[in-house]
Write a protein that binds this ligand. Sequence first.
Ligand code: HEM
Length: 517
Amino acid sequence: MSDSSPPSTWLSCVSSVAKTVALAGGGAAVVLVGASAARFAVIYGCYWWNRRRYDLEKLGPTWGSRAMPIFDIFSPEGKMDDWIEEQCRDPAKPDRFRTVVNMGPFVDGSQIVLVNDADAIATALENPASFPKVPMSLDGLKALIGEGLATSEGELWHRNRKLLTPLFHFAALREAFPCIIDNTVAFCDRMEQQIDASPNKQAIVTRIPFNDLALRIVIDNAFSGEFDPHWMEDAWTVAVRRAMDCQMISFLLGPLGRFISRQYVHLKVGQISDKIKGVVHKRKQLAAEASPKPSSRRDLVSLLMDTEGMADQQRVDESLTFLFAGHDTTSNLIGWALYLLSKHPDKQRLGQAEADLVLGGRAVEQADLPKLQYTKWIIKETLRMKPPVMLLDRLCREELKVADVTLPKGTIVWLGFFFVANDERHFDSPNVFMPERWDETTDTQTGANARHPYAYTPFSAGPRNCIGQKFALMEVQVVLASILQRFHVSLAGQDRVTRVLQGTTAPMNLMLRLTKR
Ligand code: HEM
């Protein structure tokens, strides 16, 4: 078009482009809304049809009539958790209303039932073939971490579990210890510098610095620190956020949504995978040149490299799994523990007194861990009251008996660890933060009164329990003892902390004030 074109020609050109874009956008929106509405109609239709198979009288009051619960778990207010807690904790409710709770439809139209019964949880977790992970939930996770230990099943899972178990043996944990303490001391030093530099001699911290610390520890342990932790933190945070958003899109739009969201998540996860592949190739090259490895420690990558016949993609997926499973969980546990300690200064003082007695002025050593008993109880109690994983979903490939209710094949069960561990049928005064309850010398729930072994399973149980449990407990014990040794922790401002599900259950709005002791 020449410079001399009259302005009206320009205008009509722009306006027709705008019209076309608006029409296309409007059309797409109509298609999306129509597709979602149709999908919901089918889901609810299937759900109402399915409900005939249930003795609804025996399922507790329903949440599902209000909404599809799967969407509420993404809401920052955590309304559904509060509702469940209300139901489960109300002593006026008949027992069975607290044991089996009708949670409404799953995204494929099947019935979700929350199961708060230790016997039923035991049956489901001990028989993964009859009660596998829910394929549709796994699908979302696979977009993020591929087909690693947490998302694989059958023979592949079995082989990988056997292969990766040595990473968590006593000797391997001993090797991992220096990296945990070095990162923790550096974290405490940074906090002290912030306090010294601030006019009112305090540091205000959210849950982010704990997240960074936990991620650094995993990166160092799994990859011998071969990544830039800042880059990895940012990339990982974006990837997890995208995966959470995309789960919603896949649920809303079905297979098409799943396809689109996978591509979107992959744009970020692909960058992380490329970095991991880079480490794998570097190690291969060094092995070929018979050069010494950058680290003589057997980290995750070296273990994966030494496995004959393992494809590089499998190595990447296992690495992503450890990044995912190994840092959000522990950082949230640290955040929740400090939150509870800030609300219970008397318990905090007991933890500080123990740190003073065992450590004096020096850093934690591995031999101190068995002596830091009170710190261990704080962790156990935090895992009971504020577990990073509140429940797990499973698909019933066979009937599941829960108290006097039989759930038919095809039911999606939510195994409510959290609700069982906060039920007065298993724990006295469950709403009270009482680390001392874990003192085995005074525990009244022993012998014939022994607590049900599945009444407290924050790391899950059975063959698919958490492989990183010992590592996580060691890490959190070191971090908490070091913080208690050096700082007072209190809430900065009003308590606005709520639970939010971001992969794991995180303390949203956590704002702590650290001052030097
Ligand atoms: C407070 C910290 C942690 C908590 C509460 C926790 C909790 C859990 C739970 C409940 C499961 C079962 C998930 C399911 O069946 O769907 C699990 C599995 C798993 N966890 Fe952890 N975890 C923690 C820390 C860690 C760490 C530090 C690592 C690794 C370094 C790790 C690695 C894994 C892996 C790989 C699985 C899958 C195991 C399998 O399926 O065989 N976790 N975790």
